[in-house]
Design a protein around this ligand. Structure first.
Ligand SMILES: O=C[C@H](O)COP(=O)(O)O
Length: 261
């Protein structure tokens, strides 16, 4: 069955190695038994720090949780000290990779061109790119949509020109809402995500889904309903109880969808 909702997590660089494994064990237990995950209607992924990817893959083996990386390089092999290739991530069993997070742009000066090259490399290596888009400063929903559409086209354009097919997730993350006390308002998120879905989903050679990130946590999915394709979670997924609460909301969402159809 095609997933109707996506819930992703980036652990960024918050956790240590053992802490990552402990979190993974606890979340695997929740995911393995939660009714929201039983029928393939929820797509789940997590991005731990690079050294923890292999044991995290192991921790989630047998569950629906997919594991990926927070970043990758645009070449598949060679003299690129300190970098990690999409080819290796794929070989390890990763299914997803995050591309172009605002923190990569801010602290590592990543450019639109580099983000496009990484997106191309992800698709070339059968990884689903989770492409981060979103405005730097608060603005109207219409302006946010324009900026995010432009970023998405910049990221996916070269891959599309090369005829590379594959699914992609567009993580709409207004930069001003990342690391904040609370997310953007549900009305704003809903308007932007729906606008992005209209402009970016459909017509592509793979599935496209728009999800929201930026201080998302328990309670948000219930407010948004089907106005978003899912959530990209950061700090507010660190507590296993919070993650379970979000899965509980996912189950209500799925039941509501089933009632409508
Ligand atoms: O990668 C996740 C997003 O940047 C959101 O992080 P946050 O929920 O901690 O603000």
């Amino acid at each position: 069955m095609k997933p109707q909702l996506t819930l992703g997590v980036s652990l960024k660089m918050y956790f240590g190695y053992q802490q990552t494994l402990e979190w993974s064990r606890q979340i695997a237990e929740i995911v393995g038994h939660h009714p929201a995950t039983q029928q393939g209607q929820v797509e789940l992924f997590v991005f731990p720090s690079l050294p923890a990817i292999a044991p995290t893959l192991e921790a989630f083996r047998g569950t629906v949780m997919k594991v990926g990386a927070q970043n990758m390089f645009w070449e598949d092999a060679g003299a690129y000290t300190g970098e990690v290739s999409g080819a290796m991530l794929h070989e390890m069993g990763c299914g997803y990779v995050e591309i172009g997070h605002a923190e990569r742009r801010r602290y590592f000066a990543e450019t639109d061109k580099q983000i496009a090259d990484k997106t191309t490399a992800a698709l070339r290596n059968q990884l689903i790119p989770v492409i981060c888009i979103g405005e730097a400063e608060r603005c109207s929903a219409a302006q946010a949509i324009e900026q995010a559409v432009e970023q998405a086209h910049q990221a996916l354009g070269p891959a599309e020109k090369q005829g590379l097919s594959g699914d992609a997730i567009l993580a709409y993350e207004p930069q001003w809402a990342i690391g904040a006390k609370e997310p953007a308002s549900a009305d704003f998120i809903g308007e932007v995500c729906q606008g992005l879905a209209q402009r970016l989903v459909g017509g592509a050679s793979g599935e496209r889904r728009v999800i929201y990130g930026g201080s998302a946590g328990p309670g948000l999915l219930s407010q948004l309903g089907s106005r978003t394709g899912g959530l990209f979670l950061g700090r507010f997924s660190h507590q296993p109880a919070a993650y379970k609460a979000i899965l509980d909301e996912a189950l209500i969402f799925l039941n509501n969808q089933a009632d409508r159809s």
